[in-house]
Design a protein around this ligand. Structure first.
Ligand SMILES: [Zn+2]
Length: 404
């Protein structure tokens, strides 16, 4: 089932998605898989051939009758740029139509920088990246921008994200589009990561899944029946801001006792600082969440019991939240993505899988699969690149209707 970022595809979009995801495939098979008539399939395929998106690749296997011509995606025909804006790191990915990464750049994040000069620098980074890759710029369909939420997707702006509060309301997408000349698509990082999983084939046969994204915060991208769920304003999946202690401390979001306060990277780092003060842990802090978390994770995997206990606690709280999420939206698969899972991902995956097996309400009916993302720390950036490819290649006929 194709994942659509904004709207359900017409026959052309469906067919392109199938050719992309299933490989060499004949027109007859496309007709069988989609339920579309052979005439409709032929018309769409003719359009796709004309636009250079697919090519005919010889003959498929004969099944006794006459040999069939098969169709394949033409990967280099379109390129998408993914840009993941973060406080610690900003990541750029150039991906082709097959989802293959052909260029990558990671630079220090925006930190406390003002939006205007920071976005100007991003435009120059994009320019340098493309120049270095020596790719045909006319093949670039646009830039997908992924940022921490909350966001205003229509305005292409971050709206009060704790780590980037000073960017609130700044029109990132429009400014970047003016500076680069490329169309910009905007979404939150967890949603972008969830779309990336599908494009890379990591979700297998599952069409209802959740991608838990943990960078500096914790969010979830949700795909239901093959369609990304955006909610009203693309602010779904704020798993980190579910209350797990109604009498707990106030969170930076304004809610109390949020999951992030017990499971988020910042909570692990704060607990590590306290342990250092008590003399139970030996390490130095840089003040950068990604780096400090990685240092604690290194200690944990090398057998430091105190560091290890910090992640066990974080994993238990996250697992409790994931059990609640699964109870609420009934997904078949949970994918873990983002930099916070880089070193200790297997601990989180194991804990979440065990708690789902023990506690999920419908555990007797269906076992929920838990996997690490295939895209690692690049999940949001790669997802953003696929987001813009998907968005551009989906037919525009339903553009005014938001179905998901
Ligand atoms: Zn909160």
């Amino acid at each position: 089932m194709p994942v659509h970022s904004r709207r359900r595809g017409s026959s052309r979009g469906k067919i392109l998605d199938l050719i992309r995801s299933t490989g060499p495939v004949s027109r007859v098979e496309l007709s069988e898989m989609t339920g579309l008539t052979q005439a409709t399939v032929s018309t769409s395929v003719r359009d796709l051939l004309r636009d250079g998106l697919v090519s005919e690749t010889g003959r498929g296997e004969s099944t006794g009758g006459k040999p069939r011509t098969t169709l394949e995606i033409n990967p280099a025909s379109r390129l998408g740029i993914g840009l993941h804006i973060g406080r610690d790191y900003t990541t750029y990915i150039v991906a082709d139509l097959a989802g293959t990464v052909i260029g990558r750049l990671r630079v220090p994040g925006v930190g406390d920088a003002e939006p205007e000069p920071a976005v100007a620098r991003m435009a120059s980074d994009v320019d340098q990246l493309l120049t270095g890759l020596d790719v045909d710029r006319s093949a670039v369909v646009g830039i997908g921008v992924a940022t921490p939420g909350p966001i205003n997707r229509d305005a292409g702006a971050i709206m009060g994200a704790p780590a980037l509060a000073h960017w609130t309301g700044f029109p990132i997408a429009a400014t970047l589009s003016r500076a680069t000349g490329f169309d910009c698509t905007f979404d939150n990082d967890a949603t972008a990561a969830a779309i990336g999983e599908f494009w890379l084939g990591a979700t297998g046969d599952y069409n209802t899944y959740a991608s838990v994204y943990m960078g500096a915060g914790i969010g979830v991208g949700i795909v239901i029946d093959g369609t990304i769920y955006h909610g009203k304003q693309a602010n779904v999946g704020e798993l980190g801001h579910i209350t797990v202690d109604a009498m707990g401390p106030t969170c930076s979001c304004g809610n109390v006792g949020c999951v992030e306060l017990f499971a988020g990277p910042r909570s692990v780092i704060d607990a590590a600082r306290a342990a250092v003060e008590r003399g139970e842990l030996e390490m130095e802090f840089t003040g950068t969440i990604t780096t400090d978390l990685a240092r604690i994770a290194d200690l944990a995997v090398h057998g430091d019991a105190t560091a290890s206990a910090l992640f066990t606690r974080s994993a238990e709280y996250l697992a409790a939240a994931v059990v609640s999420m699964v109870n609420l939206i009934d997904v078949q698969l949970v994918v873990l993505a983002g930099s916070a899972f880089q070193t200790v991902g297997s601990l989180y995956a194991r804990t979440i899988a065990e708690r789902l097996d023990e506690r999920a309400f419908a555990r007797a009916v269906q076992r929920v699969d838990v996997r690490m993302s295939v895209n690692g720390t690049d999940a949001a950036a790669l997802g953003a690149a696929t987001l813009v490819l998907q968005d551009t290649l989906s037919p525009r006929s339903l553009a005014s209707i938001t179905l998901a």
